[in-house]
Design a protein around this ligand. Structure first.
Ligand code: ADP
Ligand code: MG
Length: 400
């Protein structure tokens, strides 16, 4: 279905046309009538399928720009996602009188407070900064008609959950609540239900939350060979942009220093950087000034970089749905993408679970450790010329 068939006001429709949005994506088509009807909603659709615009288009229509009050609230888990989300609202609402604004940790509070005093209709926020402002009486949510939790399953996890409950409790009047994500584990689904009133459920995911356009490569290797194999892989592949994910900040730092010796246009991002540095790297990567981005999971959810051709899991992703979200940074909107995951011996139990749960077709570069009984315990075959010698404790410590 085309956006032109929705009867949208011309100031929104023209903007969508400028942005190249002509056909609605499936999630946009299914959720539009539910959101406009004012119903609560829990919507699940694969990464890169247009969930942002699915919320933003009806949200803009709900706002009365003559009322100077926050009427739409969007909560997201990370600062970069906050910037990206508000950017999408700015674009779609550009020809309307609706004013969106973002508040997030690490940005100048005084500037944010000044803007909030002036005029904001749709507020996009990370939970921490929003709570800070709510406690300080810097903003009111009493006119909110529609609250959106993007990456809802992340926001309903321990750590964020109490904050979200508090924020939602500050919306005193009757309102609509919308939850969106590519993943929704069963235990979180129950919590999600508690936030919703008589909700509609939409899931466009039957067995998998990854788009078909992503090819899933895996590489079983010994930890000590990973650096050389990575350099070879990056050299062999035609890479537009790549994000290489590590499980810890110090690993991001170390890998960044190593890759920088071999390639140009390399940057890194994790939560240990100042916000101005994070923003600058995010913008540079978005504008394709950086080709290789080494990242922690701070860049693992929601971010839309349309030129990412490859995602590499330097470390096997920890936690249930991280693989889906990390690899979902590639292959967006039907574009082709490749994911490569390094697997070492200790990752095998998690690998089995991942392949089973995600219903992906793994392509093995070299040995498939789940099939090949010649695979030794270090990820090297016994066919190698050198006899297998278990690596010493000292070497193990150094390489893992
Ligand atoms: P998701 O939140 O589902 O991961 P996004 O909302 O980030 O996906 O959208 C992915 C990309 O698709 C973005 O670059 C966005 O601009 C683009 N997009 C969204 N809707 C449409 C559409 N109807 N037609 C074309 N491109 C779209
Ligand atoms: Mg999204």
């Amino acid at each position: 279905m085309k956006f032109s068939e929705l009867g949208l006001p011309s100031n929104i429709l023209e903007k969508l046309k400028d942005m190249g949005y002509d056909e609605m994506t499936p999630i946009q088509e299914v959720t539009y009538p539910i959101i406009t009807a004012g119903q609560d909603l829990c919507a699940i659709a694969e990464t890169g399928s247009g969930k942002t615009a699915a919320c933003v288009i009806p949200l803009i229509q709900k706002v009365d720009p003559t009322l100077n009050a926050i009427q739409g609230l969007v909560i997201v888990p990370t600062r970069e996602l906050c910037m990206q989300y508000v950017g999408e609202i700015h674009k779609i609402a550009a020809n309307t009188a609706v004013t969106p604004f973002a508040v997030y940790g690490g940005f100048d509070r005084e500037i944010e407070i000044a803007k909030l005093k002036h005029e904001v209709h749709i507020l996009v926020a990370t939970p921490g900064r929003l709570i800070d402002f709510l406690y300080g009486g810097k903003l009111s949510l009493s006119n909110v008609k529609c609250a959106i939790l993007d990456e809802a399953d992340e926001l309903l996890k321990v750590g964020f959950l109490e904050d979200i409950e508090f924020i939602l409790s500050c919306i005193l009047h009757e309102h609509q609540t919308l939850l969106f994500s590519a993943t929704m584990p069963d235990d979180i689904k129950k919590l999600a239900h508690d936030c919703l009133h008589d909700p509609q459920h939409v899931s466009l995911i039957t067995k998998r939350s990854a788009p078909e356009s992503i090819e899933h490569y895996f590489f079983y290797t010994h930890p000590k060979n990973k650096e050389a194999e990575l350099i070879k892989y990056l050299g062999d592949e035609t890479i537009d942009q790549v994000i290489i994910f590590c499980n810890a900040r110090h690993k991001v730092d170390t890998l960044f220093r190593f890759i920088r010796q071999n390639f140009k246009e390399v940057e890194y991002i994790h939560a240990g950087l100042s916000q101005s540095k994070r923003t600058s790297i995010f913008m540079k990567f978005r504008n394709r000034k950086v080709r290789y981005l080494i990242a922690s999971d701070v860049a693992g959810r929601g971010l839309d970089f349309s030129h990412v051709s490859h995602v590499i899991n330097w470390d096997f992703p920890e936690g249930r749905d991280r693989y889906t979200h990390r690899t979902g940074r590639a292959g967006r909107m039907g574009k082709k993408g490749k994911a490569l995951t390094f697997v070492t011996k200790r990752d095998i139990p998690n690998l089995r679970e991942l392949i089973c749960r995600q219903n992906i077709r793994p392509c093995w570069i070299g040995i498939d450790p789940l099939l090949d009984n010649k695979t030794d315990r270090d990820g090297e075959t016994r066919k190698r010329k050198r006899p297998f010698r278990p690596y010493s404790r000292k070497a193990k410590k150094k390489t893992e």
